[in-house]
Design a protein around this ligand. Structure first.
Ligand code: ACM
Length: 255
């Protein structure tokens, strides 16, 4: 199957513009599974809770979810993307998964980075693995990578692929993801954003360089630090079921 990420640069707090940008890029992406960045519809550098509340939505009934679900159906593809979720009066930094038959599920980011802690709740859905006819996948959101047990939990639960929307600001994960893939023998699809975003006294620069890493730690495709980019790689998710490193070392048996 073909897996892809979309690297893009969202407009802060402009959901309509961002859905438009994603729509154009999705129309150019030809793959069975496509991953978009963390908070692709809202941008990242918030200054107040009020401004996040104004752009957050129910998953799966909000406008961004509906756009992604309809696009997944129309493209006969699976799509994962980061969305700012509002449930009741609580905000979550979430990722949605939709497929050819519609909405599949969501994940709520557990490891909140820096000022995200001022606004978002810690994720409370655990680390779900979603089984489709084509693959078993789990989602993580950005800083979750820093905690090896998050990806380990997904791999132990049978995930073959990690769909990973990110807004990376530190320069480490592009290299560290090779280790994460190797130690779990899973495929990782990292959809990062690029650009610099300023709001009041807060500024973030995002590192781009999205990439897909194989279960053997090979970089299958990668992007530059800047610019819209669609990265596509052919992969077989079932290869991730084999946890043998060699005839005498099995990742799970040797733990
Ligand atoms: C991050 O978790 N967006 C750095």
């Amino acid at each position: 199957m073909k897996a892809a990420y979309i690297q893009m640069n969202p407009e802060l707090l402009d959901v309509k513009a961002n859905i438009g940008k994603a729509e154009k890029l999705l129309s150019e992406a030809s793959a069975d599974v496509i991953v978009l960045p963390e908070l692709f519809n809202t941008g990242y550098t918030f200054s107040t809770r009020e401004e996040i509340l104004a752009v957050s939505e129910n998953i799966p009934h909000g406008p961004t979810s509906e756009f992604l679900i309809e696009t997944a159906k129309a493209k006969n593809a699976f799509i994962s993307a980061g969305i700012s979720e509002l449930e009741g009066d609580k905000l979550y930094n979430s990722a949605l998964l939709a497929g050819p038959d519609g909405y599949i599920g969501k994940y709520r980011k557990v490891h909140l980075f820096f000022r995200e802690k001022c606004f978002y709740e810690r994720g409370d859905l655990g680390y779900p693995v979603f089984e489709t006819g084509n693959f078993k996948a789990g989602m993580l959101v950005c800083f979750d990578w820093f905690f090896p047990e998050a990806m380990r939990a997904l791999a132990l639960a049978g995930a073959q692929m990690i769909l990973h929307p990110t807004n990376l600001v530190m320069p480490y994960y592009q290299a560290a993801s090779i280790t994460r893939a190797l130690e779990n023998r899973v495929f990782i699809i990292i959809a990062n954003r690029y650009g610099t975003e300023t709001n009041q006294e807060f500024t973030n620069t995002f590192t781009g360089s999205s990439q897909i890493v194989s279960h053997k730690g090979e970089i299958l495709v990668s992007s530059p630090e800047d610019g819209d980019h669609i990265g596509v790689a052919e992969l077989d998710p079932s290869l991730a079921d084999d946890k043998n490193l060699n005839p005498m070392n099995n990742l799970w048996e040797d733990m």
